[in-house]
Design a protein around this ligand. Structure first.
Ligand code: SF4
Length: 285
């Protein structure tokens, strides 16, 4: 009888993800991307949210924050605002980002910080044992939808293309090399980069298996897709079912938060200068 030994990460922490979980592929693709881009670990800051994916903060030797539920984007934006030289990458879950954290998406697009968000989309709340999430498909059976999900799922790609996010892509955790390519392009892109990753949850999602995805996905860069064409990107965003596109779906150059804030930081209008604190004795009178 073979015994499964949980792997040890580069930080010495035991990796507690289920054997075969798609999170392994995302971690591997990210590490390869950072190595190949030649970015030193001290220049990388990662933020993770709440969910199985959140443990990733413990498994890699870079600066990391494991933040509260749904708040990966505000934390990433704050880090970039105070230290624009850091390479900031966020990891969130589908429940984390498209549920409690969904309200942050339009506002991060408006600000356009030069950061990358990677969403581990496994269509369930895995950490809490398989409840339906915002991306659970209609008819999908989960712990909270034993008769099948009746709500319409969120389409994260369509949402982000509609918002005109600066970079929108979809990856697959079962194709590490392709995901690495997308992550590298996202990090190199100037502005907010969004990647939704199809991540099989081998324990609680019996529908979206590796085989299910492999029978459907195809790579956009092999089709001549032009990611700068918004109308074409919208069409690709709604393609789901027998054929699922992965790759860079939409791209647009826009000024970044850091560029827009720089002149204000250098020359703040008088009205915004911090008020001088009054001596405590004046306050007491
Ligand atoms: Fe991965 Fe699902 Fe296990 Fe969580 S419950 S570690 S998402 S396989």
């Amino acid at each position: 009888m073979s015994v499964y030994r949980q792997p040890i990460s580069e930080t010495g922490a035991i990796i507690t993800w289920c054997p075969g979980c798609g999170n392994f592929g995302i971690l591997q693709a990210f590490k390869k991307a950072v190595n190949e881009l030649g970015i030193e670990p001290h220049r990388v800051a990662i933020v993770t949210g709440i969910g199985c994916h959140g443990k990733l903060a413990n498994y890699i030797n870079v600066n990391s924050i494991h933040t509260i539920h749904g708040r990966v984007l505000p934390m990433m934006t704050a880090i970039k605002a105070v230290n624009k030289d850091l390479v900031v990458v966020g990891f969130a879950g589908d429940g984390d980002q498209y549920g409690i954290g969904v309200g942050h998406l339009p506002h991060v697009v408006r600000r356009n910080p030069d950061v990358t968000l990677i969403v581990h989309n496994n269509t369930v709340y895995g950490l809490t044992t398989g409840q339906a999430s915002p991306t659970t498909e209609r008819g999908q059976v989960t712990r909270t939808t034993p008769w099948g999900q009746w709500e319409e799922p969120i389409n994260p790609i369509a949402m982000m293309v509609a918002l005109r996010a600066s970079f929108v892509a979809r990856g697959f955790a079962g194709d590490v090399e392709h995901l690495k390519y997308i992550i590298k392009e996202a990090i190199k892109h100037k502005g907010f980069s969004f990647i939704d990753v199809l991540q099989p949850c081998v324990t609680f999602d019996k529908l979206h298996t590796y085989t299910w995805y492999r029978q459907r996905i195809y790579k956009l860069e092999e089709t001549g897709h032009d990611p700068t064409n918004w109308e074409e990107a919208m069409k690709k965003a709604y393609e789901w079912g027998d054929r699922i596109p992965i790759g860079i779906i939409y791209k647009e150059e826009k000024p970044t938060m850091e560029e827009l804030l720089e002149p204000i930081k250098k020359n703040p209008p008088l009205a915004y200068l911090p008020l001088q604190p009054k001596p405590i004795k004046d306050l007491m009178e």
